[in-house]
Design a protein around this ligand. Sequence first.
Ligand SMILES: Nc1ncnc2c1ncn2[C@@H]1O[C@H](COP(=O)(O)OP(=O)(O)OP(=O)(O)O)[C@@H](O)[C@H]1O
Ligand SMILES: [Mg+2]
Length: 175
Amino acid sequence: MNSESSTLPVKDLYDVEVFLFLIMSYTVKAMITKNERETIELGKKLALALPKGSTIALKGDLAGGKTTFTKGIGEALHIKEVINSPTFTILKIYQGDLPLYHIDAYRLENNDYDLGISEYEDEGIMVVEWPEYYTNYLPKEYMEVRFTYIDDDTREIEFIPHGEQYEKILEELQC
Ligand SMILES: Nc1ncnc2c1ncn2[C@@H]1O[C@H](COP(=O)(O)OP(=O)(O)OP(=O)(O)O)[C@@H](O)[C@H]1O
Ligand SMILES: [Mg+2]
């Protein structure tokens, strides 16, 4: 038996790596923010590029900046109310230029809890913190934003589009 038949030659492996790198660098954007305000501005910038009916899934570390980022989305929509994450509140709806459906799914114990907003989602912008606990009700296409805690003031924030529409938005986003 030819022992090499099931392995790729090194050159082919290298090509695969380069190909994956090109795809990743094409569709994903990663940024560093150095303070709370920069994260708010990033949220604002993304929200200004989104059409009505968009969904944003905010993943990552505790105190990573998910709610802070949502404050920026609120600024873009001219929401006057203070956006926060009160303990035990899973869904809050804020009225601005469009309604903002802010879900913090951290306290949902599983993915089967229907918040009953699917029929309204098209009317506004839906933001889901801890989407891992809400997967059954997330639309197929959405913008994932991943937060990594680097140090007290520094966060890495990555935009990962799911679906063609979000890829296009990300390509056009200047950041
Ligand atoms: N660069 C930064 N970006 C965002 N927040 C920052 C930054 N630097 C410091 N912070 C602080 O980190 C905290 C982030 O808290 P925030 O509530 O936004 O996180 P979270 O990801 O929503 O957490 P949780 O998982 O508990 O909901 C705030 O106190 C904020 O002031
Ligand atoms: Mg939060």
